[in-house]
Ligand binder design. Structure first.
Ligand code: PLP
Length: 405
């Protein structure tokens, strides 16, 4: 089959757009924003396409073999997702992503407490997908929220977790790793604490799954969420891992599940399977690339601060503040050449400073000059070296223009 490869596709798309808009074609930027999303692995894309074309049955069609084949493909994918996070396949429910999985988890937790409000404890460094889902329940009187503070590197303190739980909680929300500064959280210990106080735990593993160990069954995690597009799979598919997640009750969501996204599930399954096999090698390489970039920037750009923990962070995270250079002005200069970000994808582009950096107590000057740089498994060392030069030049230009805040 003469198919475009994924590597060709962005350039082709750019050429089409450029000819329409009569602007010069530009080379693809060096992509260092893997916290926002990851490029799809071609092996995954090939299976997604095959499933779209060939596995077109409805998995709920029990009357014919074409339905059976689709159901088997979804079941296979479920096993692969479960394998990556140490869960039982029956507990994996496919969703449209982590955001939906979080909402379903909260609806399930709410159903557990009946008519009274769900008492939720939320870490201040959680993703907005968690914070806003909890806030939506609170607004309609279905939940109360208590906040768990974080320290200067975005981490939680176990005795504060215990104190907060002791005051009464039904559900504790703690991410496995942070999407801004990459902090890895002590999920296993916190899950044990939560259970000793009779609270369930919801673990947002969107950034962590496929990068660090997660053991849903071994750690007794009540609700775990992950998303395919953060692990080189397609967008628009994720999973909730929870007991009875596939037997959603009428009280929780009305009972009806809808037609399953078979190609999405197949893609997510393959992405998880590949992560299981390739993670150790990929993560070691990505760590080296991150450290190489960090060293180059520290050497070339004066007044850089590395935010978060430099020991307890995800391999793909480099979060820096370039004092005296407004982060928006720096990314504007790099817009077409190096894809880095001023913060989480949902808040970069808005002027609001990051709630995570604020919770960490970072000074205003550090918040306004913060840059999140995140390599991935397709990043090359040549790209890292070129990116270091371009980022350093952009910072210098912004500083020379007095572009700080
Ligand atoms: N949680 C975290 C930590 C994330 O980084 C993201 C995505 O940016 C989400 C949740 C939302 O995931 P999705 O895009 O699959 O809805």
């Amino acid at each position: 089959m003469n198919m475009l490869t994924l590597r060709d596709r962005p350039k082709d798309r750019d050429r089409d757009r450029s000819s329409e808009a009569a602007v010069p074609r530009f080379e693809r930027a060096i992509y260092l924003d893997h916290h926002a999303t990851t490029p799809v692995d071609e092996r995954v894309a090939a299976l997604v396409l095959d499933a779209m074309v060939n596995t077109y049955g409805n998995p709920a069609s029990v009357d014919h073999h074409i339905g059976d084949v689709a159901a088997l493909a979804v079941a296979d994918a479920r096993r692969a997702v479960a394998g990556l996070v140490g869960a039982e396949a029956d507990d994996v429910r496919f969703t449209s992503g982590s955001t939906e999985a979080i909402r379903v988890a909260m609806a399930m937790a709410k159903a557990e407490v009946g008519d009274r409000p769900l008492r939720i404890v939320v870490s201040r460094a959680e993703h907005k997908a968690v914070i806003e889902a909890a806030a939506a329940l609170e607004r309609v009187g279905a939940a109360t929220i208590r906040w768990l503070g974080v320290d200067g590197v975005g981490d939680v303190n176990l005795s504060e977790v215990a104190d907060t739980l002791e005051a009464g909680a039904d559900l504790l929300c703690l991410m496995a790793a942070n999407n801004e500064v990459g902090t890895i959280y002590p999920v296993e210990q916190v899950a044990r604490l939560a259970s000793s106080f009779g609270a369930a735990i919801l673990v947002d593993a969107t950034q962590a799954a496929g990068r660090i160990d997660i053991n849903a069954t071994g750690w007794n995690l009540d609700y775990l969420v992950l998303s395919a597009h953060k692990l080189y799979g397609p967008k628009g598919v994720g999973a909730l891992v929870a007991r009875d997640a596939n037997r959603i009750s009428v009280e929780t969501l009305g009972g009806h599940e809808g037609t399953q996204n078979v190609p999405g599930a197949v893609g997510m399954g393959e992405a998880c399977r590949l992560r299981m096999i390739e993670r150790p090698m990929d993560e070691a390489r990505i760590t080296e690339l991150r450290d190489r970039l960090q060293a180059a920037l520290l050497a070339e750009v004066p007044d850089i601060v590395v935010n978060g923990s430099i020991v307890n962070r995800l391999s793909n995270n480099l979060h820096i503040s370039v004092l005296g250079a407004d982060n928006g002005a720096v990314t504007a200069r790099l817009h077409r050449t190096v894809a880095i970000s001023t913060g989480a994808a949902c808040s970069s582009g808005s002027e609001a400073p990051s709630h995570v950096l604020r919770a960490m107590g970072l000074a205003d000057a550090l918040q306004h000059s913060a840059l999140r740089i995140s390599p991935g498994k397709f990043t090359t060392s040549d790209e890292i070296d070129r990116a270091a030069v371009m980022i350093a030049a952009a910072v210098q230009q912004v500083r020379a223009m007095g572009g700080g805040r």
